[in-house]
Structure formats: C-alpha cells, structure tokens
Design a protein. Structure first.
Length: 199
C-alpha cells in the first residue's frame, strides 16, 4: 500500500491518476492514523514552501513524515516534496523545512520564472529509478525555486536552467525529484513504476 500525503496543497489528482494507470494500490493520507498499513509514501507538491509546512503541522503530519524518513522507510518527494526535505527556503524566511538534508532552496535568478515545460536531466550516478546510460531523458518541470548546497553524494540527476541544480536525489530509501513524473509521459510513468517496484 502506498500513501499519498494530502496536506491540502498538492498535485494530488495527477499523482493519483498515474498510480491508477499503473494499477498500484494506494490511499490518501490526511491524518496520522492513515499511515497504518502503508509501506511507502509519496509527498507531492505544487505551491508555497511556507504554506505546505504550515499545513503539515496543522494536520499533525509533519512529525509523522519526519519520523518516517528518519527510519529510512520508502519515500518519494515530488517537486515541493523534494524542497521540503531541506532546511529552509528563500520563499519562506524563518520557516523550517523538514531538515532531513543539509541545503536550502533558492529562487532562480536572471531567468524567467517559473520554469515551465520539458527539460533534460543528466544522470550522474546509478539509481534504481533510472539507468545511468539514460542521459537523454526529458521530464516536465514547473517551479521557481531549486535546491542548492546539496551534498554531492545525494545527487543522482542534474538539470540546467541558467544554473545547474539537482533534479533527482537519493539516500537509502529516500528519493526525490524536482520535476513531475506524473506529468512526464512515458518516461515519467516508467520512473514511478521503477520506484514502486524497485525502491
């Protein structure tokens, strides 16, 4: 059973539709009790860093998600769900993220924001989500902020948008992507299928 975290500000419908297409058993997690029986979680995200953290606290999901990750249970963060893993964001000064990894979130400078559309991801180290030889993969991005100051050992894939930034990260059973696999056609569905089956 896969749990999709519903904190009231995510791209839930597209993620749920993708899981339905892949015939993957799942449920929405709206409260702590919903974690019962769940083996993996997805934290999707479209919206603001500060609002997402506020809602996770309000619904008493922040600590549950943090504990889940600290126990190295399977996790997939999508877009904002990746950024929330870090300590802080320029988007929400003074608001602490999950702080699972060192690093922060910064707004793109000297280029149009948000970045909307397809972008290439270069795979820089092996990972069950993707093959390292697949260096011509394009995924759909929609974001104005990116993570920086990330330990090199976490980075699986990088993208370019006036600056190089992590597009896929992984440590243990914790995976996160800056793009939207559920909106990235065949390759995005393949990545989700790999996560479900192999991660």
């Amino acid at each position: 059973m896969i749990g999709v975290i519903d904190y009231g500000a995510g791209n839930l419908l597209s993620v749920v539709n993708a899981l339905n297409y892949l015939k993957v058993e799942h449920r929405l997690i709206k409260k702590p009790a919903d974690f019962k029986g769940v083996k993996k979680i997805i934290l999707p995200g479209v919206g603001a860093f500060g609002y997402a953290i506020e809602q996770l606290h309000k619904k008493r999901l922040f600590e549950k998600v943090y504990e889940w990750i600290m126990l190295n249970k399977p996790y997939l963060g999508i877009c904002l769900g990746m950024q929330l893993l870090f300590e802080r964001s320029e988007e929400a000064p003074g608001i602490k993220g999950l702080g699972v990894f060192d690093g922060a979130v910064k707004k793109f400078a000297r280029c149009k924001v948000p970045q909307i559309g397809w972008n290439r991801v270069e795979i820089v180290r092996p990972c069950p989500l993707v093959h390292q030889s697949d260096n011509h993969l394009f995924y759909y991005f929609l974001h104005s902020y990116y993570v920086y100051g990330v330990l090199e050992e976490l980075i699986v894939g990088i993208a370019e948008y006036n600056v190089s930034y992590p597009a896929i990260i992984n440590k243990g059973n914790i995976y996160a992507v800056q793009f939207h696999p559920e909106k990235s056609g065949k390759e995005g569905l393949k990545l989700l299928k790999n996560w479900v089956a192999r991660c």
